[in-house]
Design a protein around this ligand. Sequence first.
Ligand SMILES: NC(=O)c1ccc[n+]([C@@H]2O[C@H](COP(=O)([O-])OP(=O)(O)OC[C@H]3O[C@@H](n4cnc5c(N)ncnc54)[C@H](O)[C@@H]3O)[C@@H](O)[C@H]2O)c1
Ligand SMILES: O=C(O)[C@H](O)COP(=O)(O)O
Length: 530
Amino acid sequence: MPKVLISDALSDAAVQIFRDRGIDVDFQPQLGKDKEALAAIIGNYDGLAIRSATKATEKLIAEATNLKVIGRAGIGVDNVDIPAASKKGIIVMNTPFGNSITTAEHAISLMLAVARQIPEANASTHAGKWEKSRFMGVELTGKTLGVIGAGNIGSIVIDRARGLRMKVVAYDPFLSEERATELGVEKLELDALLARADFITMHVPLTDQTRNILSRENIAKLKPGVRIINCARGGLVDEEALADAIKSGHVAGAAFDVFAEEPATESPLFNLPNVVVTPHLGAATTEAQENVALQVAEQMSDYLLTGAVTNAINMPSISAEEAKVMGPWVALAGHLGNFVGQMTDEPITAINVLYDGQVSGMNLQALNCSVIAGIMRKVNPDVNMVSAPVIAKERGIKISTTRQDQSGAFEGYIKVTAVTAQRERSVAGTVFSDGKPRFIQIKGINIDAEIGQHMVYTTNDDVPGIIGLLGQTMGDNDVNIANFTLGRSAKNGEAIAILYVDDAVPEKTLDKLRATGKFNQVKALEFDMA
Ligand SMILES: NC(=O)c1ccc[n+]([C@@H]2O[C@H](COP(=O)([O-])OP(=O)(O)OC[C@H]3O[C@@H](n4cnc5c(N)ncnc54)[C@H](O)[C@@H]3O)[C@@H](O)[C@H]2O)c1
Ligand SMILES: O=C(O)[C@H](O)COP(=O)(O)O
């Protein structure tokens, strides 16, 4: 039974879902803040469910010897070392929509709060002062809101702001003109937005491109009297420079939910007039927490129990339905990759995969991952569909995919070609209606070979006596043959044989075949049939 650890404050809904799905779940929300204690037990778990307090660093991931999936109940995954997880074959998934409305509403609340100085007026009124003339606000109607990042949350903010009769402009290099028109926003370059906006709200992830996007230099370009809202991530805005701009009166106010350092116990923005701050509450509503907890628990359970992949950051999605239909083809893709991987001793520079017939309509990205994992298994036995593409990329291996629908004798097949500086090596296979994978062509020679855990592959010149020699040698050395397949390019041309045997064949037995001088190549092959 798979084991999942919840190391952050997730709604009880998640615990219930895991239990209902038959997963052993430990709810230890205090561990998100205790990295040593977490590292000490992470090795026991197949899944880790988190929010933003748990830091899934390279160090923690190194201890996670059984971990298969990290599920982020929320959107931002900047607390997870994705390259380290991918390299280790761990899927990282998030819940990209579960808290977007709630977060957009928080951004709008902060905008209203900073426009009307509500927190300060509230504190003053509670203190028994009646400072009616102290708190003079600004109206939102007719003002220009600049939205930086018009994705899921940004789009909801745009919709709500238009409802408040604001003019909305957006900066997002990935926003198409069509989408901008649909949203009712004017698309601007960053500098133009900085110069025009009366309010600016941030809705981008923290990346190398967005870090410090409101730098000291960009803050100097802001329209005087602007108010800044950051409900996305700390690190997007230079807090020190913004504090200076507020003190100088250039910026009229700011409302921040997120900080460069969290938990934030100090910040240059703290205790400044007209700065509203909340402790990363963007996603903190019962509705959003229930949504993300349910979603992450369902997604993680699906993956651990059925192999279905949803909302993964480092792997193409595979629905539960697809996982069922594609299962045998994913296995075949892995065997084909494994075959060329085992046959190739020199560095592979490119992998070409041809999908023909029925299989060409499937999720080829996922099948490619399986081919690459099969090939890489020779280099790294722990590789899987998540880590293999990362390793292939590091090695500069180019992957190309061809899709066609010309399959004749078979309903569909996959052909994998590994290219090296010296040669190209290819193998094709199909899945029969019984769900069993078969090799159907090696080096362009047609065959029909059932695939098993232990196999022997030989090539020779097409002359009489080879079958007897193979059978005799295996028999004399106590090797039981389950299946024996032959093929040849032409009469007296090149011939190949594939033996599917009950146990791994010792090298000394293969040496006896080599010693006959009748074979050009003799190789034992191993396939993972799990
Ligand atoms: N405060 C909170 O509690 C809270 C809650 C949820 C999400 N968030 C944060 O909000 C962020 C946005 O969430 P989302 O669901 O809208 O994400 P999203 O991926 O749907 O949208 C992000 C948008 O940013 C744009 N973008 C990327 N790079 C950019 C760049 N260099 N310049 C301008 N735009 C760029 C993208 O094109 C995309 O449209 C998340 O990454 C997360 O960090 C915070
Ligand atoms: O990225 C997110 O989803 C938000 O930052 C929410 O974070 P939290 O789950 O820690 O509240």
